[in-house]
Design a protein. Sequence first.
Lengths: 102, 102
Amino acid sequence: MKTAPNALFKSLADPTRRALFERLSRGGELTVRMLTEKSGVSQPAVSKHLGILRHAGLVRARYKGRQTHYTAQPRALAPLVDWMTYYSRFWHDRLDKLEHLL
Amino acid sequence: MKTAPNALFKSLADPTRRALFERLSRGGELTVRMLTEKSGVSQPAVSKHLGILRHAGLVRARYKGRQTHYTAQPRALAPLVDWMTYYSRFWHDRLDKLEHLL
DNA sequence: TTTATTCATAACCAACCAGATATGGATCTC
DNA sequence: GAGATCCATATCTGGTTGGTTATGAATAAA
């Protein structure tokens, strides 16, 4: 309950990185090129962010030809849900049903 | 749905800071002195962290005499729950009941 | 009225981080 | 095969940040 959410919190703390994850969550599968276009940062920056997200398990890479397709892995958010379930006593009664689902 | 979770994610991204919030979530009301003891860092560091948490709305300060008592404000986690509700399509069906509770 | 305690702020420092440009490998296209 | 495109990695840099010590204001205790 301690080290698990660390990488997740850190990964999602950066706005640019979180925006990438958000786009992937809605947009299905997207290439680095597509993600770079409306990201506001350079392509290497996007690649680096995707690497961090991938390391945290939040996205998944599929290699086809010269381009890499990324997809979101929302299941990786589970430790965050666990963390909030555990540490918010106020909501505990309402969240504990959710907890055993995960 | 964009700027709201930013301060929360950033606040909770630091392990020391998150540990303080966790302790307050379980330990009720604690003074800076008490929080400093088992934090592993100096008192000014604790004060700074508490200031950040307070700025994010995650803790609340009560001033009595020369000591400051802090309490956790788990309701402040609401935007995080909203964020996860919105951006995790996988859990959407299970979380949307929770969403309208908040 | 001293003396001690509690806390916050200031000033400083080392480490980390997010961004850039440069580059090269791999793969399509012509 | 030649050129163009896509992506990742390497390197560098400015800004952020989490930590420290120093200090002072405010309050409690002696």
